[in-house]
Design a protein around this ligand. Structure first.
Ligand SMILES: [Zn+2]
Length: 454
């Protein structure tokens, strides 16, 4: 009955006395009403009249902003799953939980850059069955050179070594209904241990993606690898920021009109290992499955995660234990985060478009990149990195909408009604995103607690 009542509300909804940041670049408007009919914004203006039977919400003191878009989320992965043995039933329950968590955290659209066809079909079917969740777009199955990253870490992902294999793989991801393709130029996070594409294969990827009208999204961590991604693969999106930058990369990225994703949470979330009190965050307790919080709190998991990361990045080096501690300590991670922040600021200052992506769920050995709250944290991390709150919000709304060719991301009459009602003023203090009154998804308004009801 509860569900039926909510659906009845979805037809007409009038938000009154809103402060509105519509995401278009227009100034904030005070005391306006927003009329939503069905899943669309019907009108925005002062003193709108509620249609008969409409649900009316007085949202004085709150700010309306577009729903957030997280452009780097691994929805098929449960954080810390490598340290548990979840049954298929538990995995299904976790997926449904994660989908609700995103809405409860204000995220109304996801881009998943790496998902195998079976896992994608399971997620698509769950959403098609009516399970509440954000809009879900993918880049399908990522591919790499034989023995290269990402296959070296997650062997289920395929490799391509010839033009014919590239063509076959591109056709396979097109059949997955992708919005772009995902590949890699990664020689190693420490020493150079992984092969990259030779020129023929790189040419085949660039021309094959262009022929299919698909953007090339590339994982490339170092500045030299990012340059190669842009020049050799024709990448227009880098799915991580460079951890170091060079003047040459910044100039090339600006001249090539690329998008750079933020993924600051990868480093930031590792710090939870030394600051487990961060797991006491009330938002985490509302939206994260208890089993995942327990994994993230387990000191044996934290130690095992550090050792496994070390063994992956420095294969063959007998450094488990002491050396892992040397590379994974709070100071070393803070230093790397500060360096990445500098790179992002330099890219922004040169006019490169910055896109919020959290990398939630990334490697199943990582227990901290929890679905939902990590997206909110990623926006906050951009402000801590020296972006204005408005710049951070643009990177999570209008910019990714343009990258993805979506009509979401800005609020105007006729547009899809994916929006947030946030207590206070997130343009003054972005932490207001944690005081979310309602997430409106396709015209349907629920509080975070209501979205979490199974
Ligand atoms: Zn990722």
């Amino acid at each position: 009955m509860l569900l039926l009542a909510s659906l009845a509300f979805a037809d007409d909804l009038l938000l009154t006395h809103a402060r509105l940041w519509d995401g278009t670049g227009a100034p904030v408007r005070e005391d306006v009403d927003v009329l939503i009919q069905g899943d669309r914004i019907a009108a925005i203006g002062p003193d709108l009249v509620a249609p008969e039977g409409a649900r009316v919400l007085d949202i004085s003191g709150a700010t309306v902003i577009p729903g957030l878009i997280d452009s780097h989320v691994h929805l098929s992965m449960s954080p810390g799953a490598a340290w548990r043995s979840d049954s298929p039933e538990q995995e299904d329950a976790s997926l449904r939980h994660h989908l609700r968590a995103y809405l409860a955290c204000g995220v109304t659209t996801l881009l998943d850059p790496a998902v195998l066809p079976d896992a994608q079909a399971r997620i698509d079917a769950t959403l098609a069955s009516g399970a509440p969740g954000p809009r879900y777009l993918t880049l399908g199955t990522p591919f790499s050179p034989p023995g290269g990253y990402v296959q070296a870490v997650i062997p289920a992902f395929p490799s391509v070594a010839t033009k014919a294999e590239v063509e076959r793989q591109l056709d396979a991801v097109v059949a997955q209904g992708v919005v772009g393709i995902k590949t890699t130029v990664e020689e190693g996070f420490g020493p150079r241990i992984w092969p990259t594409y030779d020129d023929d294969v790189a040419d085949a990827i660039r021309t094959g993606a262009a022929a299919r009208g698909l953007r090339v999204y590339t994982h490339a961590a170092g500045p030299r690898e990012q340059e190669r991604a842009i020049t050799e693969l024709g990448a227009t999106v880098l799915v991580h920021p460079p951890e170091r930058h060079s003047a040459r990369l910044v100039e090339l990225a600006a001249a090539s009109n690329v998008y750079e994703m933020t993924t600051l949470s990868i480093l930031d979330s590792m710090r939870m290992g030394w600051r487990p009190e961060r797991l006491d965050d009330p938002l985490l307790h509302l939206v994260v499955p208890a089993a995942e919080l327990a994994t993230a709190r387990d000191p044996a998991v934290v130690r095992g995660f550090e050792d496994t990361m070390f063994a992956t990045v420095y294969p063959g080096v007998p450094g488990k234990g002491l050396l892992a501690r040397f590379g994974f300590n709070e100071r070393a991670i803070a230093h790397r985060l500060a360096r990445t922040n500098r790179a992002l600021r330099a890219l922004r200052d040169a006019g490169v478009r910055i896109v919020m992506g959290s990398d939630s769920g990334n490697w199943p050995i990582i227990p901290f990149e929890l679905h939902g709250p990590t997206s909110v944290r990623e926006v906050e991390l951009l402000v801590l990195a020296g972006f204005s709150p408005e710049e951070a919000l643009v990177s999570a709304t209008r910019t990714p909408a343009r990258m993805l060719g979506l009509e979401a991301g800005t609020l105007q009459p006729g547009r899809i009604a994916d929006l947030l009602v946030v207590d206070g003023d997130p343009l003054a203090d972005v932490r207001a995103l944690r005081s979310l009154r309602y997430t409106v998804r396709g015209g349907q308004a629920r509080t975070p607690a209501e979205w979490m009801e199974p």
